[in-house]
Design a protein around this ligand. Structure first.
Ligand code: ATP
Ligand code: MG
Length: 148
């Protein structure tokens, strides 16, 4: 496991960081997007979905919890677990079924019990800086050879 920081002073930096993640994603991965309210989790997920081929609208999954993108280069599940009461609700939602053959882009992953026990988990924690944002990046074993 290795951890490092990436400076993201503006949206252009966010977009190029998203591109580096998107070109490395594989089906089955979980991208755990942490960070307090407004740090840019949805922004990063949207840029990644664009790179994966989503040309239409990308609604925030704040209220639906899960949004599916099946017609992409790699299918994707964009989730926001902020409103989850307990991780048990994941079964009702059927998250594991949606994740088959897809990448998971998860906002508020800790509310879903976290994904860091999965070998394909890439954790990105966003934080505010004076200019923009900074990301702490930590990849599990499947990511060692392809960290963004
Ligand atoms: N690197 C950046 N530099 C400057 N502003 C940014 C950056 N990334 C995102 N923003 C801005 O931050 C705002 C909040 O972003 P966003 O909605 O993606 O946050 P979030 O982490 O998903 O919030 P929530 O916790 O409510 O889901 C947006 O206005 C977005 O344009
Ligand atoms: Mg969000």
């Amino acid at each position: 496991m290795s951890s490092y920081e990436v400076e993201l002073p503006d949206l252009a930096a966010m977009e190029s960081f998203a591109g580096r993640i998107a070109e490395r994603l594989r089906a089955g991965d979980a991208l755990a997007l942490s960070g307090s309210l407004g740090t840019g989790k949805t922004t990063l997920a949207r840029f990644i979905l664009r790179f994966l081929g989503q040309s239409g609208e990308i609604p925030s999954p704040t209220f639906t919890i899960v949004e599916l993108y099946e017609a992409l280069r790699i299918p994707a599940v964009h989730a926001d677990f902020y409103r989850l009461e307990t991780p048990d609700e994941l079964e009702e939602i059927g998250l594991d079924d949606y994740r088959q053959g897809a990448v998971l882009l998860a906002e508020w992953p800790e509310r879903a019990g976290g994904f860091t026990h999965e070998s394909g988990c890439l954790s990105v924690t966003l934080d505010f800086t004076e200019e923009g944002r900074v990301a702490s990046v930590e990849g599990n074993s499947d990511w060692l050879e392809r960290l963004p």
